[in-house]
Design a binder for this molecule. Structure first.
Ligand code: AMP
Ligand code: ZN
Length: 498
């Protein structure tokens, strides 16, 4: 259940501190415009289901966004959908991911994109990840890409070779803006199937626009001043963010594997195009690993939200699991660890629901009025807890500390009403549905079952007409076993689910 973050009592005092990959320090967060945050998130490549590693990044980014809103910022968050041009090596070599998905499933690239975009947002919903204010597929912005590439060519930051347009990294004073990564870190983003492109002038040059690549059968192509082709991956995030957030951005997010080459290349082309600094803070979420290393789609069975559900876990148990560790630390996933999180989550939720029931009793049965009914002598205690909660999150998104405060509230010497108001306030950021009773799904009847019931009723009618009451009773009993009760009324036979 999605709720708006933002019950902060004093929404004008900001004290946010955040680790910035650009400076390698935890810094005070100061946006360009007071009170407003322009935030960008690298969205999914929609060629397959998101795995739970991808979703760790989106959960942590959601916590960042909700924290900013909670402490009073007006946030505009933009996310792209990579539905074209993401090659599996991230270095403009390797196989095109979208094409790979389409071939695998015998569908068109756009069918694949639609299906996996919907699947992504359905997973996000189950994990209480808020949909960004703007979601823009790359295929919507071809004109913007062409414009930016044109300017980069004009300014001498790009060149044509082998009929592709490349960004010339040798034109920059500093290309490795994220600094002192070692070679291993730099290679994180360079995945499988890397073959050197002989058109490039410099090793790190990257493609802005392809007209000739090894994917001549590319399904999606657009006309451009340089011929029919398609954009490189990195250009999309620069253009989509500028389209919706303008020339200055406050915070840009992604997983650590995006630092190089993707974010490094985004900065190179954006700042060359703009002629000034583009984004001040870079927020990177560390990887979810299993015992064999980083969880990825190329590793056989993909661990998805559906797999967790099939195994009987509430997806929010995975969110709770992520909240227990810090986003800047690698997190090791195992089902044993998830089981522990499940036990802890169910216990915490039960305690919260018990408090809700107690609070409801003192509120004439209506627990929704807790926040408005905090007893006067508990207002200070309430404010103090809110301050502590804000302080935990303002300290570089310390989610485990913020979660621990739920236990402190439950133990505190305050009324159930105040406890409930606090837990509900915290949950606007934590997103754990701690006070939301799981709705019992109403039993439904699919078309096939309905057809079967109608047929059986007709057969029973015929049996009765032939005075074969044993058969009529057998049909009634068999339906009952399937959860369908029959009722003989003056208007005919009626049925309902039991
Ligand atoms: P992709 O759909 O491959 O572009 O990835 C979507 C997001 O998931 C990006 O921000 C990646 O950096 C991030 N990501 C990929 N693998 C992992 C992982 N194992 N753990 C956490 N984040 C990941
Ligand atoms: Zn991006």
């Amino acid at each position: 259940m999605e709720k708006e973050a933002g019950l902060s009592p004093d929404s004008t005092v900001y004290d946010m501190r955040i680790y910035n990959t650009l400076t390698k320090r935890v810094e005070e967060f100061v946006p360009n415009v007071e009170g407003k945050v322009a935030m960008y998130t690298c969205g999914p490549t929609v060629y397959h289901f998101a795995h739970i590693g991808n979703l760790r990044s989106y959960i942590c980014e959601d916590l960042l966004e909700k924290t900013l809103r909670y402490i009073g910022y007006d946030v505009k968050r933009v996310m792209n959908i990579t539905d074209v041009g993401h090659l599996s090596s991230d270095a403009d070599t390797g196989e095109d991911k979208m094409l790979k998905g389409a071939k695998r499933e015998h569908k068109t690239v756009m069918e694949i994109a639609k299906f996996y975009t919907d699947a992504f947002f359905s997973d996000c919903k189950k994990l209480n990840i808020k949909t960004p204010d703007v979601v823009e597929p790359a295929t919507n912005c071809i004109a913007e890409f062409i414009h930016m590439i044109g300017v980069l060519l004009e300014k001498g930051y790009a060149y044509k070779a082998g009929e592709n347009i490349y960004f010339d990294t040798s034109k920059l004073k500093e290309y490795y803006v994220f600094g002192n990564q070692n070679e291993d870190e730099l290679m994180v983003g360079v995945r499988d199937d890397v073959t050197e492109d002989t058109n490039k002038k410099n090793k790190n040059d990257f493609v802005l626009w392809f007209t000739k690549s090894k994917f001549e059968d590319q399904a999606l192509k657009w006309d451009s001043p340089w011929g029919m082709g398609y954009p490189g991956w990195h250009i999309e995030c620069s253009c989509i963010s500028m389209k919706h957030l303008g020339e200055y951005m406050d915070i840009h997010c992604g997983g650590v594997d995006n630092i190089f080459p993707h974010h490094t290349n985004e900065i190179a082309q954006s700042e060359s195009y703009l002629g000034h600094k583009w984004c001040n803070y870079w927020f990177h979420v560390h990887h979810l690993n299993d015992k064999d290393g980083k969880i990825s789609k190329s590793k056989g069975t993909i661990l998805t939200v559906s797999v967790l559900e099939e195994k009987g876990y509430d997806p929010l148990v995975y969110r709770f699991f992520c909240l227990q560790s810090h986003y800047r630390k690698p997190l090791e996933f195992s089902f044993d660890a998830l089981d522990n999180a499940n036990t802890a989550y169910q216990k915490l939720k039960k305690r919260c629901l018990d408090i809700k029931a107690e609070a409801a009793k003192s509120l004439g049965g209506d627990a929704s009025k807790a926040a408005a009914n905090i007893p006067g002598d508990e207002k200070a205690a309430y404010e103090k807890f809110i301050e502590d909660f804000k302080a935990a999150l303002e300290n570089d998104i310390n989610t485990s500390m913020a979660t621990t405060l739920c236990y402190d509230v439950l133990k505190a010497e305050i009324s159930p009403v105040t406890k409930l108001a606090l837990i509900e306030s915290f949950d606007t950021v934590l997103g754990l549905d701690l006070t939301v009773e799981k709705e019992e799904a109403a039993p439904t009847v699919d078309a096939e079952l309905e057809k079967y019931i109608t047929e059986q009723i007709e057969l029973r009618k015929a049996a009765k007409k032939e005075k074969n009451f044993a058969e009529a009773d057998r049909i009634r009993a068999e339906l009952l076993q399937k959860g369908v009760a029959l009722e003989d009324t003056r208007e005919g036979v009626k049925w309902h689910l039991v």
